[in-house]
Design a binder for this molecule. Structure first.
Ligand code: NAP
Length: 361
């Protein structure tokens, strides 16, 4: 190689290096630190096992983004992953003896600060919400497919309730339950994270809504739009006129009792429930309903929610239009995440708890 060729080659190499550095910069905000604060549970257990610790900021994979978290929703799924209960959760790949992901949190809202090589829908600086991995932290990674852009007039706190609870509610009612205006729907667990969305969505869609919750939260369920509110301790929903659709989110009732409250061709959608023991939890009931369904006139089913953002478009628009309210009950700073989980466990919440981080929401 002669001198001129060497000089050209050196210039080209310098240009390529500068270009790739600029591309890398565009993909990562300059002031992302190496370490952050996060809520960590190294062992399965109650909220007492949690600690706020300094840990490494994660690096997004090719299909992920790194989000500076402003708000993180608290839901039953986080509680299951914290406690490792029912044991079926551990067998589902989350870690047999201890959690594989020690940082808690799934729902998030925040700002994109870095993008993986294959991500095209988001750039640094975008405000997003959705489902991530270890979101009770200053920074969290999330798959781009599980994120959506956050509309300006939805706050980060509100957006942090939408993906898991709101997305599950939408799917239960419309995709799985095939709800239609004019139908009678029974919502068991109407005052909780998922239920507070189901009641609002069903009311907005023109269904007649009967909500079941504890007596202390009856007013709240009425405010959400329920036509009738029943107390699960004292009222019997089988005394009501039969329902076209039952969305069972928090119920402990036997499948046979649920069937007896349905019309002859009604639909039962079991979303969850916290009864059933340490091994399978509420899932035994769900399995029994599905096995029975082909042999009866009613349709009985369950589902695992699809976490991709595309499943939430309709809900997102209803919230942006103000027709549905994100049900934020209480907010907690990062160092009080354990209190939020405790309040969820003992039933202190109307709707949802949200962790707010770094004063960014
Ligand atoms: N299938 C899926 O993909 C999926 C997705 C999300 C959640 N889930 C499951 O859905 C369930 C609820 O989640 P969540 O986040 O909404 O929980 P949550 O916020 O804790 O709400 C639980 C609800 O259940 C009610 N409840 C308690 N005991 C009841 C009873 N005996 N009868 C009727 N209602 C009763 C509570 O009422 P009070 O507070 O008034 O006592 C509350 O409304 C959990 O089991 C969760 O794992 C499943």
């Amino acid at each position: 190689m002669n001198t001129a060729t060497t000089a050209i080659a050196a210039t080209s190499a310098a240009t390529i290096a500068a270009t790739s550095a600029a591309t890398a910069d565009a993909r990562r905000e300059a002031d992302v630190p190496e370490q952050m604060q996060a809520v960590v549970g190294e062992q399965y257990g109650t909220a007492d096992v949690l600690e706020v610790r300094t840990v490494e900021v994660p690096t997004p994979a090719a299909d992920e983004v790194l989000v500076r978290v402003a708000a993180a929703g608290v839901d039953r799924g986080v509680w299951h992953l914290m406690t490792g209960l029912p044991y079926a959760v551990r067998l589902a790949g989350y870690g047999i003896r201890r959690p594989k992901q020690p940082i808690l949190g799934l729902d998030l809202a925040g700002t994109v600060v870095a993008t993986g090589a294959d991500v095209t829908d988001f750039t640094v600086g975008d405000e997003v919400y959705g489902i991530g991995n270890g979101t009770f932290a200053d920074y969290a990674v999330a798959k781009a497919t599980k994120l959506a852009h956050r509309p300006d007039h939805i706050t980060a706190e509100q957006a942090a309730t939408l993906a898991i609870s709101g997305g599950t509610a939408t799917q239960a009612l419309f995709d799985i339950g095939a709800a239609e205006a004019g139908q009678r729907v029974l919502v068991l667990g109407a005052s909780g994270g998922v239920g507070s969305f189901v009641v609002q969505l069903a009311h907005a869609h023109g269904l007649h809504v009967t909500g079941v919750a504890s007596a202390a939260k009856a007013d709240y369920v009425t405010e959400l739009g329920a036509d009738v509110v029943l107390d699960y301790r004292t009222d019997d929903f089988t005394d009501e006129q039969p329902f076209d659709l039952i969305i069972d989110i928090g119920g402990r009732n036997r499948v046979s009792k649920l069937r007896s409250a349905l019309t002859r061709t009604g639909t039962l959608v079991i979303v969850g429930g916290e009864d059933g023991g340490k091994v399978t939890g509420g899932t035994g009931r769900q399995l029994r309903a599905m096995l029975r369904s082909p042999f009866v006139s009613q349709r009985m089913t369950t589902f695992v929610s699809d976490e991709t953002a595309a499943k939430r478009t309709a809900l997102h628009e209803l919230v942006a239009d103000g027709r549905i309210t994100a049900p934020v009950d209480r907010t907690y700073p990062l160092d009080r995440a354990a209190d939020a989980l405790h309040d969820l466990e003992v039933g202190n919440l109307r709707g949802k708890a949200v962790i707010t981080i770094g004063g960014r929401s």
